[in-house]
Design a protein around this ligand. Structure first.
Ligand code: PAF
Length: 283
């Protein structure tokens, strides 16, 4: 695996590859890699001629400085995992390299209401920062394909929409299945910050999503959400931020009776001071 810290070095190679008609699959990450990230590298290797991973803890997508400060940095271990997964290129840029004109010099494209709901409602400015960095990294890497995990389902939809409106519609965006631990807990870089008890408690998130999937309330969304809220009230150590059932394409509340296969349940909750998210399509 070749490691680059600048756009210029990486582009010297990727521009040549594109000229030869090769495809470049890109996996953006903030490091602290786990098997969920590695599954994305494997998918990129499978679908594309070359794979590029970036590790960059993007300051513009954190609404709380403390969350940014606490973000785990494990570069040496990450490199080993990427080597073992046969990742071709690693981009490890500085903040100045990613934002040469300053990180605050950005106007997010208008991609509609999706930016201000669910995650966007609770993490003000988060998706603007995600769009800013993903657009910039796509331009730095010259990627033809983008691989994103569906644990961050809203992020995947936001980035898909963003590529269409900023002139990156040639980039094929792949949403890849959530990787879970045997227990059902969705893999996340934040899980390492959970205590043993916190990890046990966190299992209730995927449990409730599964329960919501099997419940048959004739898709009575209000009832599904209320039952979930009542369930989480039994655990005072879990601070539920939202549990919502919405249309899986728009993330809006369906107006009429939507078919179960069009619905998704999304959840965000705090445990041990760690913010966890997960989701499940209801079909
Ligand atoms: O999902 C993440 O880790 C980040 O939001 C991403 C896509 C790497 C952008 O910084």
């Amino acid at each position: 695996m070749k490691t680059f810290s600048t756009e210029k070095e990486l582009q010297a190679i990727s521009a040549k590859l594109l000229k030869e008609g090769k495809t470049i699959g890109f996996v953006p990450t903030m490091g602290a890699l786990h098997s969920g990230h590695i599954s994305l590298i494997e998918a990129a290797n499978e679908a594309c001629d070359f794979s590029v991973c970036s590790i960059f803890v993007n300051p513009t997508q954190f609404d709380k400085q403390v969350d940014l400060d606490k973000y785990p940095i494990t570069i040496e271990a990450d490199k080993k995992l990427l080597e073992a997964a046969n990742c071709d290129f690693l981009l490890l840029p500085s903040v100045a390299e990613v934002y040469p004109n300053g990180k605050d010099n950005y106007t997010a494209p208008d991609i509609g209401k999706i930016v201000g709901i669910l995650e966007g409602k609770h993490r003000i400015g988060h998706f603007e920062g995600v769009m800013q960095v993903v657009e910039r990294l796509l331009r730095m890497t010259l990627a033809t394909d983008l691989f994103m995990g569906l644990k961050d389902y809203q992020q995947y939809l936001v980035c898909s929409k963003m590529t269409k409106v900023v002139g990156l519609d040639h980039v094929k965006v792949h949403g890849m299945p959530i990787v879970r631990e045997k227990s059902g807990l969705a893999k996340s870089s934040r899980n390492v910050r959970l205590s043993k008890n916190g990890k046990e408690l966190a299992l209730n998130i995927s449990k409730r999503l599964k329960k919501t999937r099997v419940l048959n309330y004739k898709n009575n969304i209000k009832r599904l959400e209320k039952k979930a809220e009542e369930f989480f009230e039994k655990f005072p150590e879990i601070e539920l931020e939202y549990f919502e059932v919405v249309d899986k394409n728009t993330l809006m509340k369906p107006t009429g009776k939507d078919k179960k296969e069009n619905l998704i349940a999304l959840c965000a909750a705090w445990i041990d001071g760690v913010r966890l998210i997960d989701n499940m399509v209801l079909s």
